[in-house]
Design a binder for this molecule. Sequence first.
Ligand code: HEC
Length: 103
Amino acid sequence: MRINQILKIQLLLTSCLLGGFAQAADIQNGKTLHQAKCYQCHAEKSGLGNGDVIYTRLDRKAKDLAKVKSMVAMCNTELRLDLFPEDEADLVAYINQQFYKYK
Ligand code: HEC
């Protein structure tokens, strides 16, 4: 079993114990995942050495929240990053709160 699956299961068990089943997106988890899986490649691909500017550049692709979701899903599936749907949701919540700020 892969390490992030194990961690995920631990996280799930913990949240069950705390009784927090239908919780809102976990921004902190999104931030951690972003740092671990997304930042480096965006920094390289943008050629700017900064993995955050891809979200705030003028000609950014994600013009609304639905598009943010689909771009995250695209990077996840195209690149086979193997994220769980909850992780994708956490990532969307994090980058939207931090960068896009769509309603
Ligand atoms: C191997 C490289 C790579 C990795 C890893 C990667 N991405 Fe991307 N991502 C790209 C590239 C290249 C683009 C620009 C696509 C374009 O401009 O058409 C992009 C664009 C995006 C955009 C749209 C930015 C905009 O223009 O508004 C989002 C959102 C995004 N990625 C999310 C993620 C998330 C979340 C992860 C981590 C789970 C991730 N990406 C991991 C290469 C990557």
